[in-house]
Design a protein around this ligand. Structure first.
Ligand code: HEM
Length: 141
């Protein structure tokens, strides 16, 4: 029963986490075309607040995920789970890159155009597909 509760909250906070991962690059897409100082300042505040909110959801989703592994440690021996964890590390690296971009915008050092951010936006989508397919199908690798 505890396991199922942890899984429910894991999925809920993963959804909230991804809302942030999808929205932050959208803000970058609009921000890089903004030239007026008031608009620039508003985007900076939105990006910083969204990032912090996303980190909170990340922490809760990861804690619930670790809780699932504490209750069911046998998953750790399965290759699909090991691959999933490697993809989660890639996801966290993507998230960290998002923070570096927030700081670059804050310091007036953005070097990318909206086309670049549109491609950047696809990275979490690919990771989401891969991770969800792994956890649901649990393939024998
Ligand atoms: C450190 C981070 C994470 C850990 C330790 C972790 C661990 C786990 C574990 C042990 C399960 C239970 C598997 C089962 O009972 O079938 C699970 C389920 C799940 N995880 Fe994660 N996870 C993490 C991050 C993520 C991420 C980033 C995503 C989405 C991209 C994700 C999506 C899911 C989904 C959708 C399920 C439910 C699968 C099902 O019930 O069929 N998890 N996770």
């Amino acid at each position: 029963m505890l396991y199922l509760w942890l899984k429910a909250f894991h999925v809920i906070f993963v959804v909230a986490w991804f809302a942030g991962l999808f929205y932050l690059p959208r803000l970058f897409i609009y921000h890089c075309d903004t030239t007026d100082p008031a608009g620039d300042a508003r985007f900076q505040v939105m990006e910083r607040r969204l990032f912090k909110f996303t980190v909170m959801n990340t922490v809760i989703a990861v804690i619930c995920g670790i809780g699932l592994l504490i209750v069911q440690p046998a998953w750790l021996t399965q290759h699909w789970l090991q691959l999933k964890l490697a993809l989660v590390v890639a996801l966290l690296a993507f998230q960290w890159s998002g923070w570096l971009l927030v700081v670059a915008f804050r310091d007036g050092r953005n070097r990318h155009n909206d086309r670049w951010y549109r491609w950047y936006n696809e990275i979490p989508t690919l990771l989401l597909f891969a991770i969800v397919i792994l956890v649901v199908l649990k393939p024998t690798l």
